[in-house]
Ligand binder design. Structure first.
Ligand code: FAD
Length: 518
């Protein structure tokens, strides 16, 4: 039997993080909060190399991370110039002139016996229902430019809300750095020069900078961004290229002046060779054109973006290159890749920061000892690959289920063979109205419903339990839900009012109390 002192000797005591972008500082903060001072954490970053400097839209899972590191919500909104995000408006995706909304909350409310979607399908077939988005409190709130915090009481329509944030990622990383350094993380400035490895095991033992500083450690987290300096250059993990399914490989980004109204949602507009994002923060609007270099030149894409802004540009356009895909291993020996070093899925559903925290959560639950038992790495790799596959399929759906666009990129995506896992989800939904969603899938029913129905994938059937409903009573219940939403909307604050209250607040009140006017 292993005794206590042997266990103690084998515990990890030094973690070295390479990279100080969003991934590096999120990882440093989370490890420092979780382990306290029992582990020394060093972070190496290079000001000269800098960070990628984009990544402003999030999904609701960010609440988990902010709670883990003890970030007060109002303080976070002030520090990162954040706005609230209730979902994404997709303009011209299904076909030119069409628009739909992917809300973060649920459709309808939960009623006994039969789920909301088949209830709606049945009423719709009986000619007794309004369009599905009319029953989404989150969609209606967003499109009315209002915002409030969800409540726990499941009898309230406000319990169906979900939300995330738009924020300045640079300010977020800076804020996290302050928290992490207060918890003992030591930042080292410099460029990586050499990596030392144990000749027998191949484990990384130390990083040395160009100035000759050496950072020794037991566990190394590769947060070096697209460079993937440890997981690829040292560990040779390999890369699965998914660009045949997700052909956009470039983006041009430029901020522009804010408007008086700060919409509580991201807008994504389909463009001839990709799509354009619009992310409103407190002080500016972030914009970008994500495109396939095979289909448009950089100059044309840059000009297209500048011609389609809400206000004057605040900087020169910045061009970025990437490739959709994933590392074949995210954890190899004592190196774990978190952030862009682990792979990349384009920002269509704002999932990269989620993937950072998903990597952090898995690392925390599978945290190894110095031997880095391979079973832990295998489990990490299996679970993370599932995350990537699920998100990849959801993104491909957006590109694939379209009509009425003959631009080469859109034609290619409509006609391409999609992964079997996605083909099966689409076919099952079309045939039966049922969604194949696993318990660990990031995107749940409301998200798949929003995009499938929004992009014209019509189910031919509905769950047979809906036949047990009395049609008139079913229709009356739906009508009641719609009326509750319609009545409550004007009573809720405008998004700008909530932000103004948070900025003006000197009492440290919670966002929830400000949103409810308490
Ligand atoms: P980086 O920010 O690139 O950081 C890498 C770090 O490694 C830096 O500190 C750098 O100095 C350091 N480094 C590199 N080489 C060396 C070296 N030799 N020596 C020392 N240090 C080194 N995500 C979202 O969630 N929402 C979005 O809306 C979103 N939009 C995006 C739009 C685009 C066009 C792109 C490309 C990405 C977007 N992302 C988005 C992804 C998001 O930007 C990243 O997930 C996030 O910024 C994390 O990046 P990172 O920390 O892994 O890498």
């Amino acid at each position: 039997m292993t005794n206590h002192s042997e266990l103690g000797e084998n515990r990890i005591t030094k973690v070295v993080i390479l990279g100080g972008g969003t991934a590096g500082w999120m990882t440093a903060t989370a490890l420092a909060k979780s382990f306290g001072r029992s582990i020394d954490i060093a972070l190496l970053e290079s000001e000269e190399i800098g960070t990628i400097g984009v990544g402003e839209a999030t999904i609701p899972t960010l609440h988990w991370f902010n709670q883990l590191v003890g970030l007060d919500e109002a303080e976070f909104v002030r520090a990162t110039k954040a706005s609230f995000k209730l979902g994404i408006e997709f303009v011209d995706w299904t076909r030119p002139g069409h628009c739909y909304f992917h809300p973060f909350g649920y459709y309808g409310i939960t009623l006994p016996g039969v789920a909301f979607f088949p209830r709606w399908q049945k009423a719709h077939r009986d000619g007794l229902a309004r369009p599905l988005p009319d029953y989404s409190m989150t969609t209606r709130l967003a499109l009315d430019g209002r915002f409030t915090i969800p409540v726990d009481d499941t009898k309230s329509i406000l319990s169906t809300l979900g939300y995330a944030y738009h924020f300045d990622a640079g300010l977020y990383a800076r804020h996290l750095r302050t928290l992490a350094e207060a918890d003992g993380v030591v930042r080292h400035e410099g460029k990586l020069a050499t990596v030392e490895q144990d000749p027998l095991s191949g484990f990384v033992t130390a990083l040395t900078t160009e100035r000759g500083e050496t950072l020794a450690g037991d566990l190394f987290i590769d947060c070096s961004g697209f460079r993937a300096l440890l997981i690829e250059d040292v560990c040779h993990a390999g890369f699965d290229d998914w660009s045949h399914w997700l052909p956009c490989d470039r983006a041009v980004a430029v901020p522009c002046e804010s408007l008086a109204t700060i919409t509580p949602f991201t807008r994504s507009t389909a463009r001839p060779a990709g799509w354009q994002w619009r992310i409103p923060l407190q002080h500016r609007i972030g914009n970008g054109y994500v495109y396939g270099s095979e289909f448009i030149s950089d100059d044309e894409a840059g000009q297209y973006l500048l011609d389609n802004l809400d206000g004057p540009a605040l900087a020169e356009p910045r061009f970025l290159r990437f490739k959709a895909g994933q590392r074949r291993k995210y954890w190899d020996r004592n190196v774990v890749a978190i952030g862009l070093s682990s792979g990349f899925l384009e920002p269509l559903e704002s999932t990269s920061i989620h993937l950072i925290q998903s990597g952090i959560a898995k690392l925390l639950s599978l945290f190894p000892d110095r031997g880095c038992y391979s079973g832990l790495a295998t489990q990490f790799n299996t679970l993370f690959a599932q995350d990537m596959d699920n998100i990849r399929d959801f993104l491909i759906l957006h590109y694939h289920a379209t009509e009425g666009r003959d631009d080469p990129l859109w034609k290619h995506c409509r006609e391409m063979t999609v992964p079997d896992s996605l083909a099966s989800r689409i076919a099952t939904f079309r045939k039966s109205g049922r969604l194949l969603i696993g318990s660990d899938d990031l995107f749940k029913e409301a998200s798949w419903l929003a995009v499938l129905t929004g992009q014209g994938v019509e189910p031919q059937d509905y769950h047979p339990l809906a036949d047990t409903l009395d049609p008139q009573r079913n229709a009356a219940q739906l009508e009641q839900i719609e009326q509750v939403i319609t009545r409550s909307l004007p009573t809720l604050p405008k998004h700008e009012q909530i932000i103004a209250a948070i900025l003006a607040d000197k009492r440290g009140a919670s966002v929830g109390s400000m949103a409810s006017g308490a």
